[in-house]
Design a protein around this ligand. Structure first.
Ligand code: 13P
Length: 290
């Protein structure tokens, strides 16, 4: 089975200058859509689970126990990592215990020395368990699980000190935000990204808030050291628009079109399409087997 940590994915992405897509799970339909997209594109994939999704889907154990057999059932052969998105220290430990292959500890809201101390503890635990570890400095703004914050710009010196601990991936605020970007968004701070890439000495970097960032900007970010791009909002928008169209066309009122699987099928297709487009754009398509 192709259930793996994100460590080797990141090493390959760094070497061959592409980014692996991290797609957030929201429900059963999203698991199907993303696994099928990755298999069809022969792309590695990271499935992200926020605290809100974990609550909704029955906890970390239920999610591990669903994703793994789902992969078998669909005959998935490409590398798949199951990753905690923006976890607290406690959530990360719980998810590792439940069998997640990758975790993100988000200590960006803590005093930096506390973030550093907890990260160091987690480096030891993750190494021992073979789980990959992402950490964050400089909070990413926008809306996540109903909490809205303004984006911060990461301090390169703090990035360097976190990187030194031996983490596998670093998420650093470079003007990116979660959710829809406002029309007057000034764009990513490439000067800061280049500086962080320099001081972290080749550590794979992560771009959160990957929805709605113009393709040329994403490609420039990949060239500057981004190896993982998180996408959620664009997939959600596509899912909801497709289901809305189904209802507006009155298809739920025809025959057995009211059945939940029929109602949500266009949403699954739309989500899969967005994920496949992103895999092409990020350059991860075709990288699963080589
Ligand atoms: P978007 O919802 O803006 O795509 O961001 C996703 C994300 O960064 C999850 O951590």
């Amino acid at each position: 089975m192709a259930y793996v940590s994100a460590k080797e994915m990141m090493t390959d992405a760094k070497q061959r200058r592409y980014a692996v897509g991290h797609f957030n799970l929201n429900n059963m339909e999203s698991i199907r859509a993303f696994l099928l997209a990755a298999q069809e594109m022969q792309s590695p994939i990271i499935l992200g689970v926020s605290g809100g999704t974990a609550q909704y889907m029955g906890g970390y154990r239920t999610i591990v126990g669903t994703v793994k057999p789902f992969m078998d059932h669909l005959g998935i052969t490409v590398p798949v990592a199951l990753h905690v998105d923006h976890g607290t220290y406690e959530q990360v430990l719980e998810a590792i215990e439940a069998g997640f292959s990758s975790v993100m500890f988000d200590g960006s809201a803590l005093p930096f020395e506390e973030n550093l101390r907890l990260t160091e503890e987690l480096v030891g635990i993750c190494r021992q368990k073979g789980v990959s570890l992402e950490c964050e400095v400089g909070g990413i703004g926008g809306a996540e699980d109903g909490v809205v914050t303004m984006g911060e710009l990461a301090d390169p010196e703090e990035c360097r000190r976190l990187a030194e601990l031996g983490i596998d991936m670093l998420a650093a605020g470079i003007g990116n935000i979660h959710g829809k970007y406002p029309p007057d968004w000034p764009g990513l701070r490439f000067d800061l990204l280049e500086e962080i890439n320099r001081v972290t000495d080749g550590l794979p970097l992560v771009l959160h808030g990957g929805s709605q960032i113009p393709p040329a900007m994403l490609q420039r970010a990949i060239a500057a050291g981004i190896c993982k791009i998180n996408v959620n909002t664009e997939c959600q928008l596509a899912f909801t628009a497709a289901v809305r169209e189904y209802i507006e066309q009155g298809r739920d009122l025809m025959g057995s079109g009211y059945a939940p699987r029929a109602l949500l099928a266009p949403g699954v297709e739309a989500t899969k399409r967005v994920a496949m487009e992103k895999m092409q754009l990020f350059g991860s398509a075709g990288k699963a087997s080589a």
